[in-house]
Design a binder for this molecule. Structure first.
Ligand SMILES: *[C@@H]1O[C@H](CO)[C@@H](O)[C@H](O)[C@H]1NC(C)=O
Ligand SMILES: *[C@@H]1O[C@H](CO)[C@@H](O)[C@H](O)[C@H]1NC(C)=O
Ligand SMILES: *[C@@H]1O[C@H](CO)[C@@H](O)[C@H](O)[C@H]1NC(C)=O
Length: 446
């Protein structure tokens, strides 16, 4: 019976044209509802299980990954050599862990099962083609290499002596991945148990991976080089929902690609700047109180060249322009002090930490919600588990930092913790980001 169901559930997505025909029909008759590709996101702890981890180890990785990400995004937004590179700092041994989710799919024919790190800041999908347990393209009937002569939309970084179209991705923290650009058949097992086959996906088949020892691939979801982008190929719509970053057993973290992707909630203007997705933050409230922060502090200004509000999934922390951060911190301290909580010394100096009982929601009952007011009236609403993180068994801290503290002032990044329990949907044609506060499990009920 299982086999039968799998067969009836095969959706062949040949091309964008085919997708748009399906969509046109749907717009009128609703006989055929466009069906997005929904994929489960695998929690990093289910990929790299570390039974000996203490809460402190984890909190340190959490912070280290967030600092690395800040420096990487800052470099990327400022141009220079890193402009077109995939994200690297997250995938070095020190920082791949804890904040980034993995996508599972199969590559080639016969299909080879592959895990790759989801990355909203890079556009290329690449997989390990070198190590013994990796994908071996010589076994696949559907593998096709690009040569330097036939690339049109896919720029080669270099040409090999055999005229192969080569890519090189250099990482901010020193690692790299190099190999040949090719196309392959990708097979996805959707979270609704359907099977989707996508032919001719552009990907990098990596022959040399340095300083990223444990990484087996990256699943890029940015779109700045259209020829590389699976999001473009699937119809320019993307969404993700991450319910709980701490719970490796939470089953409903997911992404969705293509027509039929759930675009609901309030829409805010979205810009794609040097491969980073940006939104306009206009203000922050705690409870009903709008904080007294000059809105110009949030404006992206070309005079700095490097600032703006990137929304990203690579790390947990949210980084604010320092002046805004200190206003926010003072307001939070006022509320927590009023609740009688005991302040603790913050090892990172700038932050705000309190004694706790290992349950942030219980330690902060009736704490007001925080709202990020984005352009056009869209709100990102944070409860205490999206504002604070567990630093140790007896202490929790604010999961925000001042970007100036790390030398990247005027740069703002909205991190994963702040995005928990929201469906975040990118409409790249309409240039809008849809934000809806939702329990991710509800997205499985169609
Ligand atoms: C749907 O198709 C019918 C004819 O089959 C047409 O009369 C109607 O206007 C169409 N509706 C829309 C919304 O396009
Ligand atoms: C985090 O970074 C600090 C300073 O660079 C380093 O000492 C520490 O070992 C790192 N911790 C983890 C868990 O990577
Ligand atoms: C990935 O999918 C394959 C095929 O469906 C499955 O055999 C494998 O166990 C999955 N891997 C993980 C980590 O879930």
């Amino acid at each position: 019976m299982e086999t039968l169901r799998a067969i009836t559930n095969i959706y062949l997505l040949f091309s964008l044209t085919f997708l748009s025909i399906r969509f046109t029909l749907a717009a009128n008759a609703t006989l055929i509802k466009p069906k997005p590709l929904k994929l489960k996101l695998h929690h990093p702890d289910t990929v790299f299980y570390k039974p000996d981890d203490t809460i402190e180890d984890r909190a340190n990785r959490f912070l280290n990954a967030s600092i690395d990400l800040l420096s990487y995004l800052f470099e990327k937004a400022g141009g220079g050599d890193l402009e077109y590179d995939a994200r690297g700092d997250l995938v070095t041994d020190k920082a791949y862990n804890y904040a980034s989710f993995f996508v599972n799919f199969s590559i080639g024919d016969p299909p080879f099962s592959q895990l790759a790190l989801m990355d909203t800041a890079s556009d290329l999908i690449w997989v390990d083609c070198k190590s013994l347990t990796a994908f071996d393209h010589s076994d696949s009937r559907t593998f096709a290499k690009y040569t330097c002569l036939d690339h049109v939309n896919v720029p080669c970084d270099t040409c090999s002596s055999a005229n192969e179209c080569m890519f090189t991705i250099r990482y901010a923290t020193g690692g790299s991945s190099e190999g040949v650009l090719a196309t392959e058949r990708f097979t996805f097992e959707s979270s609704d148990e359907g099977i989707t086959i996508v032919n001719d996906v552009v990907f990098g088949c990596s022959r040399k991976i340095s300083n990223t020892r444990k990484l087996m691939g990256v699943f890029g979801l940015a779109t700045h080089r259209p020829g590389y982008s699976i999001v473009k190929k699937m119809g320019n719509k993307l969404s993700y929902c991450i319910g709980n970053l701490y719970d490796k057993d939470y089953k409903y973290n997911q992404i969705s690609l293509g027509e039929g992707t759930f675009l609901d909630g309030a829409a805010t203007p979205l810009t794609n700047y040097r491969g980073l997705y940006h939104v306009d933050l206009e203000g922050i409230s705690l409870g009903d109180k709008r904080l007294d922060i000059d809105p110009n502090l949030f404006k992206r200004s070309t005079s700095y060249g490097k600032d703006g509000e990137a929304i990203d999934t690579g790390a947990p922390y949210t980084w604010l322009v320092s002046e805004a951060f200190y206003v926010l911190r003072a307001e939070i301290a006022k509320v927590t002090d009023g609740l009688g909580l005991t302040r603790q010394y913050d090892p990172h100096v700038w932050g705000l930490c309190y004694s706790g009982t290992r349950n942030i929601a219980r330690d902060l009952p009736d704490f007001p919600l925080m709202t990020f007011h984005l352009g056009n009236g869209a709100d990102l609403v944070l409860d205490t588990t999206s504002m604070f993180y567990q630093f140790s068994a007896r202490m929790f801290c604010l999961a925000f930092g001042p970007s100036g503290q790390k030398g990247y002032d005027y740069f703002l990044v909205i991190g994963v913790l702040a995005q928990q329990n929201h469906n975040i949907a990118y409409d790249l044609i309409g240039k809008k980001l849809y934000i809806q506060k939702i329990e991710c499990s509800l997205l499985d009920e169609d």
